[in-house]
Design a protein. Structure first.
Length: 226
């Protein structure tokens, strides 16, 4: 039988989340996750928006997943409208971990193209997890304008999100390859290569795609190469 969480325990845990030392905050988040209680949800979400330590943020997300979606999802959806980029990105990350599709309508075009890279990456991952069956092609079309954005890690994140949607992305990728800047075409080609060959690493796929684009040959990755 699980004992109820006492008010003093709630106060102590919430104070721990605000401690100066990250190790104390980490232990507090872990403790909250082991004794879920609705009174923790607000404090966890608020801390996600400002927590500077990656490991603590991951533990905060874990603690939120230990609570019921009915308690957490409405609060997280409110964070998607925050002016603070970290609040938006962490809320999206946590929603992707919870996996409750009632959050899908909140994954807007604005979030998918957010000017902050971490927000956009989190939105891509959340969208790929939460998209309803039958709407994958529409999501792929919304993600396509982000091809070529940012550095390798950013592009890999988008490729992974697209690949999770399956072969419905192929018409979208072909359209991009037909009419886009070289860097965008290379990213589309690399994503297609990874879809067909899951063992292909992104570094290899993107470098090969760049060679194909530079040579101006073929539709498939590998055309015109040795």
């Amino acid at each position: 039988m699980t004992l109820p969480v006492q008010d003093t325990d709630v106060t102590c845990a919430l104070e721990g989340l605000e401690a100066d030392r990250s190790s104390v905050r980490l232990r507090a988040a872990m403790a909250v996750g082991t004794m879920p209680d609705p009174r923790f949800v607000g404090g966890l979400v608020e801390r996600c928006a400002v927590e500077p330590d990656f490991q603590v943020r991951e533990m905060l997300t874990w603690a939120l997943t230990r609570h019921s979606a009915a308690q957490t999802v409405p609060v997280l959806l409110g964070e998607l409208r925050s002016a603070r980029a970290q609040a938006r990105s962490q809320a999206l990350h946590t929603l992707s971990k919870i996996g409750d599709r009632q959050a899908w309508p909140a994954i807007t075009r604005a979030l998918l193209s957010d000017a902050d890279d971490e927000v956009a990456r989190s939105a891509w991952r959340a969208a790929a997890v939460l998209v309803p069956h039958g709407e994958e092609a529409e999501l792929a079309a919304l993600l396509a304008p982000q091809l070529g954005r940012g550095g390798r890690e950013m592009q890999l994140s988008l490729s992974r999100a697209l690949i999770e949607l399956g072969e419905v992305i192929l018409p979208v990728l072909r359209g991009v390859k037909a009419d886009a800047a070289p860097g965008v075409r290379a990213h589309a080609l690399a994503t297609e290569r990874m879809l067909h060959d899951p063992e292909a690493g992104f570094e290899f796929a993107i470098e090969e795609a760049k060679r194909v684009v530079a040579l101006g040959t073929g539709e498939g990755v590998g055309a015109g190469t040795c």
